[in-house]
Design a protein around this ligand. Structure first.
Ligand SMILES: Cc1ncc(COP(=O)(O)O)c(C=O)c1O
Length: 403
């Protein structure tokens, strides 16, 4: 065999725990087993939370009406306007020129990192966190440093830790609110504390990932941009989670620039956006229908998700070996493994549970090797019957391995 052609080290070092555990699950499925999948944060992967039909119809109509060409690089003007109005409702004076439509928040992140990071730059992000915040910055010469979330205080940010890790190399300070994987919701006080720290560093931009903002069961969520009068904020959001259409790959970044310091970054972002042409045109029209249409359906969806959260909290409280902080939003819980054996090896727990009980979770160390270890992430969107069956099996598994 000839030697394989080398791969770049930046690609070879990428890990995405959420999808990595799917490989052994797929093997078991190929052997004919049914897997109870509580691993993936895709609402469409679970029954009962379909993309609203008026959005699907608008997408389909866009296809049949010939909206199949490229669209403007920053997004369709009507969509940028609708997003700006939505951000205004969240409490700040967004203008349609501040909105840039992307192929999901994930593309927005890559563009932001490309536009801001230089060799030696740092991204200060919560630990545990959604994996791309760790995977991508290194591709642009930067590195991600984690700030602690308090594992026994609802996974709230540790502001002393943030303050101690800030320096002039931190170009992006990230707040994921509500948080994936912990479900933490930060209210006005927490957001203000974070902004007060960022304010001391003139070249730092706050990245506010608010993709789960419509799933806040505490009624305390605030838009970070709406709280900032001095610090530049890039708000991220889109169609994937609260509009239940992640496969459409549409999201946006909204630039809040209260002291007019983002002109160079904005220019860089615009160059990057033009160089990658545009986001999907018909999908943008589907999202537009979601933003401009009736939203009464959203409350019904959120209530269902909240009920499932409550059911899971009650089940977990009865299982020896598991503990959980009550998540305030999103659709995740980050469960603590209290049996020493599993607390020391959450990945072994996930893989063995999968092999023996055919239940699929994600290991917490995949969301932060240090700050996530000893935990597993559960997505609580499956039907209650499936969740109950999964909890029964997890309980049996824990008991069997304790003997
Ligand atoms: C915090 C967070 N941001 C962004 C995304 C992905 O967003 P998008 O589908 O818009 O790329 C996810 C998906 O799980 C997420 O959890």
């Amino acid at each position: 065999m000839p030697d394989p052609i080398p791969v770049s080290s930046r690609a070879a070092s990428i890990e995405y725990a959420i999808r990595d555990v799917v490989v052994p699950a797929t093997r078991l499925e190929q052997q004919g087993h049914t897997i109870l999948k509580l691993n993936i944060g895709d609402p469409i992967a679970y029954p009962g939370l379909p993309t609203p039909s008026h959005m699907v119809e608008a997408y389909a109509a866009a296809l049949s009406n010939g909206h199949n060409g490229y669209s403007p690089s920053y997004g369709l003007p009507a969509l940028r306007q609708a997003i700006a109005e939505d951000e205004q409702r969240k409490g700040w004076s967004a203008n349609s020129d501040d909105i840039y439509v992307c192929h999901g928040v994930t593309e927005a992140l890559q563009l932001i990192f490309a536009a801001v990071l230089e060799q030696g730059s740092k991204v200060l992000a919560p630990g545990p966190h959604y994996p791309p915040y760790m995977a991508y910055p290194q591709m642009y010469g930067g590195q991600t440093i984690e700030y602690k979330l308090h594992s026994r205080d609802g996974w709230r940010p540790d502001f002393d830790d943030i303050a101690s890790k800030m320096d002039d190399d931190v170009r992006l300070l990230v707040l994921i609110n509500p948080n994936n994987p912990c479900g933490t919701v930060c209210g006005a006080d927490d957001v203000d504390r974070l902004l007060a720290i960022a304010e001391q560093y003139p070249n730092c931009i706050v990245v506010a990932d608010e993709i789960y903002d419509g799933l806040d069961f505490t009624n305390t969520h605030v838009s970070t941009a709406s709280r900032s009068t001095t610090v530049p904020v890039i708000a991220l959001n889109g169609v994937s989670k609260v509009y239940y259409a992640p496969g459409w790959r549409i999201g946006y970044m909204a630039l809040h620039d209260p002291t007019q310091r983002l002109s160079l970054v904005r220019d860089g972002l615009e160059r990057l956006l033009r160089s990658r042409l545009c986001a999907s045109t018909p999908a943008q029209l589907g999202y537009l229908a979601g933003l401009t249409g009736d939203r009464a359906w959203m409350d019904a969806y959120a209530s269902r998700v909240e009920e499932q959260r409550n059911h899971c909290l009650s089940r977990i409280s009865q299982i020896e070996g598991l503990e959980v902080e009550r998540p305030g939003g999103a659709f995740y819980m980050f469960i603590r493994l209290t049996d020493e054996r599993w607390a020391n090896d959450d990945k072994a727990f996930v893989l063995q549970l999968l092999e023996e009980e055919h239940v699929l979770l994600v290991h917490g160390s995949g969301f932060s090797p240090d700050l996530g270890k000893g935990h597993v992430r559960l997505v609580y969107l499956a039907d209650v019957d499936v969740l109950d069956e999964a909890f029964d099996r997890i309980d049996e598994f824990l008991q069997r391995h304790r003997k």
